[in-house]
Design a protein around this ligand. Structure first.
Ligand code: C5P
Ligand code: C5P
Ligand code: ZN
Length: 456
């Protein structure tokens, strides 16, 4: 991968004007920021374009702009046709081998665990100039945004090498702590209330129960007129809470491997102020999603590039709305009802959930244990241009049994004239309206084949 990164860096060096095309999520924004910073430092002229996905319309726009060189980040491996381009991506793809692509799947590595779009982009930035090692912090934010730590409760493979770079130059720190979201910014009872991986029976989703739990274990909720956050707790208080959660999980019949997921590695951006959304990589990633998934990726990009005034303020206010939208989305999906079939389950949100967050909603629902975890969950939502956005999420156990949602969704989409792809554990597609049932039939048949292949 490093050799390929050097090769791509040498292509960049030969061009003066570059169009960066990237994805509208946390990994895409950090990838775009890394590419921008690297090009800026080289004194290249560049512009950046954010897209939901690559389809014919997007390709046409790019070709019409006729840039000297296109740099696709966090997407683009599947783009066919003639175009002067390089690609730093991590999605599964099925075209012939091209030497202008840097993608872990080309090297037998898993793109949902080993490296993200920001990570592959970082490797090229580092190959352009050693000074770019400080950008490793953004690469780790991107990896966390794509949940690349999900499988092992820590980053592994190439991500780990990138982490080492960051630790070495003092922009990253890595420590063992709770994996629950919001360590730095949320009141502790909120952290527990929104705990989904692993969920805490009796506490998740129940504010009163979370407060009662903390009171029962003599954890003070407030100090100096402020809500105490996880980072305000003393070590023995943290230990107490975590061991009580593990006890609850074991008592409820969850295995110890599952219960152990309460702790894992957390990644801190050393140059950022403690107690802000920017200090913890997961919280930083969520802040970026709150901009990019609502049509304002430039705000997130500015935050990545160092704006701590106007852009950060806007991003924070968007984060509050993002939380609200997620809660409403979850509620909507529950009320709409999840329809179970033999090899998948789904909900159709119509216009009730924004197409850009239906995947996050599906992921939270599946992880929360509210729905059957033995089959994948698919969410549908309508897009502004009257198409159907599909998001599918699976579990680690299903992937171990052979599930590959990327293959299933791309087959299903192709059968009904849409496009789809992604990773084995999480994939997406866009299909024409009214084709949902036909799509589901193809996808279900493929999932059935995947899951029964080993049995038969
Ligand atoms: O487009 P991209 O590769 O950047 O996004 C990966 C997607 O996969 C993210 O939406 C992430 O949340 C999702 N994912 C997941 N479960 C995992 C790993 C990734 O839902 N275990
Ligand atoms: O949009 P969603 O979060 O469901 O996407 C899950 C994964 O599938 C992401 O990695 C995304 O980039 C990928 N995807 C894709 N092609 C699409 C839609 C999503 O590769 N048409
Ligand atoms: Zn990505």
């Amino acid at each position: 991968m490093i050799e390929r990164a050097k090769h791509l860096a040498s292509i960049i060096s030969k061009h003066d004007e570059i169009l960066v095309v990237t994805h509208i999520d946390a990994d895409g924004v950090t990838a775009g920021a890394i590419a921008s910073a690297a090009l800026d430092r080289l004194g290249k002229e560049y512009s950046i374009k954010f897209v939901k996905q690559i389809d014919d319309d997007v390709l046409k726009e790019i070709l019409d702009a006729n840039p000297e060189l296109v740099w696709f980040t966090d997407l683009g491996s599947n783009v066919e046709g003639k175009m002067n381009r390089i690609v730093t991506d991590h999605h599964r793809f099925n075209i012939k081998f091209y030497d202008f692509i840097l993608n872990p799947h080309l090297f037998g590595l898993d793109g949902s665990i080993d490296t993200s779009g920001a990570g592959t982009t970082y490797l090229v930035a580092r190959a352009l100039d050693k000074k770019n090692v400080d950008l490793s912090a953004l690469a780790i934010v991107g990896a966390c945004g794509d949940l690349q730590d999900y499988r092992y409760c820590k980053l592994v493979g190439t991500n780990r090498q990138i982490l080492k770079d960051g630790v070495r130059v003092g922009v990253l720190e890595c420590k063992i702590d709770t994996r629950y979201f919001g360590r730095e910014t949320r009141p502790i009872f909120k952290l527990l209330q929104y705990a989904t991986d692993p969920l805490i029976p009796g506490l998740t989703g129940n504010e009163d129960a979370c407060i009662a739990f903390l009171v029962e274990h003599e954890i003070r909720l407030r100090e100096n007129d402020l809500w105490r956050r996880w980072i305000d707790l003393r070590e023995e208080e943290k230990r107490k809470i975590l061991s009580e959660i593990v006890k609850i999980l074991i008592r409820k019949g969850f295995g110890s491997a599952f219960a152990r997921r309460v702790i894992g590695e957390v990644y801190l951006l050393s140059k950022e102020e403690e107690g802000t959304e920017l200090h913890d990589a997961k919280e930083f990633a969520t802040l970026l999603n709150a901009t990019a998934r609502y049509g304002e990726p430039e705000i997130g990009l500015k935050v990545c590039l160092g704006d701590r005034e106007e852009a950060l303020k806007r991003a924070r206010s968007m984060l509050r709305k993002h939380r609200q939208s997620l809660l409403e989305g979850l509620q909507f999906a529950r009320e709409e009802g999840i329809i179970k079939r033999d090899f998948l389950q789904y909900f159709h949100a119509g216009e009730g959930i924004r197409d850009t967050i239906v995947g996050i909603v599906a992921g939270i629902l599946l992880n929360s244990g509210e729905v059957d975890q033995d089959i994948p969950l698919i969410g549908f939502a309508l897009t502004e241009d009257r198409k159907v956005k599909v998001s599918a999420r699976g579990t680690r156990r299903l992937v171990e049994k052979g599930l590959n949602l990327s293959v299933a969704l791309s087959k299903g989409a192709k059968a009904v004239g849409g496009v789809g792809g992604g990773h084995d554990i999480a994939a997406g597609a866009t299909i024409p309206i009214g084709k949902e049932e036909e799509f589901l039939e193809v996808v279900e048949k493929e999932i059935k084949n995947q899951l029964l292949r080993e049995v038969l």
